[in-house]
Design a protein around this ligand. Structure first.
Ligand code: AMP
Length: 245
């Protein structure tokens, strides 16, 4: 009697276990991967984002690029964002959040995406947190670059009007002055790369974006990398950061 009772309990146990396994198999956990690239303006986020997204096979979502696209297409959003951008100020959250969440809801972001230039404020980070599913595989890569290096880089930065390729008159000059090596398009200084604008963007960064370093450190998802090294070395450190997450 006691034996059959024990057997009964055991078989109920194995039934439950088997059923658990079945339900896990039928709804497999498949968390999406979200990588946030954090760092001051001009810290190399754009360059590294292109390499990382190739490596990871996920799209590169840059809120700065989304705004620039809107400006070049003369959309309402572009018209509203332009003045803030040209002065080195942040575009207000109500313009950023809808644009960003709309973009990451597209099918190419279903398995994950890399965010470059977002979030830039604690309220933006809070909104993203609410938007992400609890099991999201989130990693924040922080590029550490001092202000003096940023100012020098931005002063020399030349962006291609046509393809967006970036040269630097000090560190990676084009073969022919004023002409993009990649597509022969015209190289220009972005309005927000002018020295006074860069100083303002750095002030805004320290005031509004830097607190995110502590925010993500507390969440245990932050990896900080020395962003003053060569682009190749920075990329290797970022990849190592991704692996150790
Ligand atoms: P970026 O190309 O990331 O340096 O962004 C260029 C400019 O776009 C910034 O200086 C801001 O004016 C605006 N911008 C880009 N992303 C954001 C964001 N997440 N929040 C507010 N403004 C942004």
């Amino acid at each position: 009697m006691l034996l059959s009772l024990c057997l009964g309990v055991t078989s109920i146990g194995s039934f439950l276990l088997a059923n658990d396994t079945v339900s896990n198999n039928s709804t497999p956990k498949n968390p999406i991967k979200v990588v946030i690239l954090l760092g001051p303006p001009g810290s190399g986020k754009g360059t590294q984002a292109v390499r990382l997204t190739k490596e990871l096979g996920i799209p590169h979502i840059s809120t700065g690029d989304l705004f620039r696209e809107n400006i070049s297409q003369n959309t309402d959003l572009g018209k509203r964002a332009k003045a803030f951008m040209n002065e080195g100020k942040l575009v207000p959250d109500e313009l950023v959040l809808d644009m960003l969440f709309d973009r990451v809801s597209r099918s190419d972001c279903a398995k994950g995406y890399l965010l470059d230039g977002f979030p830039r404020t604690l309220p933006q980070a809070g909104a993203l947190n609410k938007h992400l599913a609890a099991d999201t595989d989130l990693i924040v890569l922080n590029l550490d670059v001092p202000d003096s290096v940023i100012v020098k880089r931005a002063e020399g930065r030349l962006t291609c009007k046509v393809c967006g390729n970036v040269h630097n008159r000090y560190f990676s000059p084009p073969e022919k002055e004023g002409v993009c090596d990649a597509c022969q398009g015209e190289l220009i200084q972005r309005p927000d790369d002018r020295t006074e604008v860069v100083q303002e963007r750095l002030r805004v960064y320290h005031e509004q974006t830097q607190p995110l370093v502590e925010y993500y450190k507390k969440k245990g998802v932050l990896k900080t990398v020395d962003g003053t090294k060569s682009p190749d070395d920075v990329f290797l450190s970022l990849k190592a950061g991704l692996k150790s997450s």
